[in-house]
Design a protein around this ligand. Structure first.
Ligand SMILES: [Zn+2]
Length: 432
């Protein structure tokens, strides 16, 4: 009998495949470098969640990578266990457009205004945005009279920013890029990283770059989905390969200290299912606001950084998968036609982890025209324009970008009027 390799839970077959060389397993906590990491949720192997497949790629093998969430039992940081190489995740084909939703536009333009007003940033100061995408936040700073500089490695997005007059370096942020910006434009009064710092593996390098780039009174603003919301609201689909880190206040406060800096203010926002803006400055430049200590106390009393809490979360995730698939299969059994709305990266985690494929969803629709005509990562569900929802009139439509559900339902009122029903998957699957 020939030797047969059998996949087991602890040793999936895919780990021996060549594509694993497109990344690496992480050996330590990227904030405190402890090696005391505990895996609490293992999703198995997943495709790149923004790897929208072109028709000519359908017959080609699609690379898959390990995806699991680890807790650092030293500092409480949560991170995924495997890093896919950035050139694979953010190449020519990266299609996320941060300006696509009205909610996003309003949020980022408001955020720029608020930062300038909250800290009295003088006109003509320099604002740098890391992961500047199409330049939305920077256009907000420009409206406030600041000079702006974008940094983003995705050529399609930076081309749009540059066409809009936002000076942008098409590279990943690094100490070298920080040095170049300082030489050309001087040090920055404000550096922002909105929903992007979680994409960076080497956070020490980021902070060393920040030390070069920030003025003495400069402010580094990190906006990221808040771990507390992820855990409490069961937002597990926000775990995917681009999101290497899942931030909370206590671990970041400890981390900043290592670089002579200080987390001095935190603001909670509604974007992306509940985020936090963390304001970091050089030590003793700004008074630490009470909210920092209050949030750390709240995290402690919620056991946010405890292995037991994470195990409970993992159990809740499995129960959610059962509930959602049961709902969808029951609707399907009753003869209903189902489709999905939106093709966000988080949709990839949800669809692939829950095994929701073409046998359940006939198609998904998407507003971003760059994604229309492609197929979802993993299950290859065809992506059609939003108009298809009204034309093809499926009985139920699963909203994958649930964080924008109110705006989506408003835009697709015509679908509801003709009898269509929306399904909201997170935190508890419900028909609206
Ligand atoms: Zn740690």
């Amino acid at each position: 009998m020939p030797h047969v390799t059998v996949a087991t839970a602890s040793q999936p077959l895919q780990k021996s495949r060549k594509d694993v060389s497109m990344g690496h397993f992480r050996e330590d906590c990227r904030l405190c470098h402890s090696r005391n990491m505990e895996t609490f949720l293992d999703f198995g192997m997943h495709p790149h969640s923004d790897g929208f497949v072109r028709k000519d790629q359908l017959e080609q093998p699609e690379p898959v990578f390990p995806l699991a969430a680890d807790l650092c039992t030293e500092c409480g940081q949560v991170q995924i266990n495997y890093v896919v190489k950035p050139e694979y995740l953010y190449g020519e084909d990266y299609l996320y457009d941060g300006a696509i939703t009205a909610t996003g536009r309003t949020h980022f333009l408001g955020l720029a205004k608020e930062i300038v007003e909250r800290y009295g940033i003088a006109a003509d100061s320099l604002a740098v945005d890391i992961g500047s995408n199409v330049g939305l936040l920077l256009s907000g700073f420009r409206e406030q009279g600041l000079r702006v500089q974008g940094v983003d490695p995705t050529p399609k997005m930076t081309a749009i920013a540059i066409a809009n007059g936002i000076d942008t370096i098409t590279e990943c942020f690094s100490k070298e890029v920080a040095t170049r910006i300082v030489e050309e434009k001087g040090q920055a009064s404000v550096v922002t990283g909105t929903n992007v710092i979680a994409h960076i593996d080497d956070l020490d390098d980021l902070m060393e770059g920040m030390d070069i780039l920030l003025r003495e009174d400069g402010i580094f603003v990190i906006e990221a989905p808040y771990l507390s919301n992820l855990i409490e609201k069961l937002e597990y689909d926000t775990i995917y390969h681009q999101h290497l880190s899942y931030f909370s206040v206590h671990p970041i406060a400890q981390f900043a200290k290592r670089f002579g800096m200080e987390l001095f203010d935190v603001k909670q926002t509604d974007i992306h299912g509940g985020s936090i803006c963390m304001f970091i400055g050089r030590k003793d430049v700004y008074d630490v606001r009470p909210v920092v200590g209050e949030l750390m106390a709240a995290e402690k009393s919620a056991n946010l950084h405890s292995p037991a809490r994470m195990q409970q979360f993992a159990q809740d995730v499995l129960a959610h998968r059962n509930a959602l698939t049961k709902m969808l299969y029951t609707l399907k059994d009753q003869g209903n036609r189902l489709a999905g709305i939106g093709a966000p990266a988080k949709g990839s985690t949800l669809l692939n982890f829950c095994g929701i494929n073409k046998s359940i969803l006939d198609f998904v629709t998407e507003k971003n025209t760059l994604k229309v005509g492609r197929f979802t990562p993993g299950h290859h569900i065809p992506i059609l324009p939003d108009a298809a929802l009204v034309e093809r009139a499926p009985d139920y439509a699963l909203i994958l970008p649930w964080n924008f559900a109110p705006e989506i339902m408003k835009n697709l009122e015509a679908y509801r009027k003709q009898g269509g029903k929306f399904i909201l998957p997170i935190p508890t699957p419900q028909i609206l």
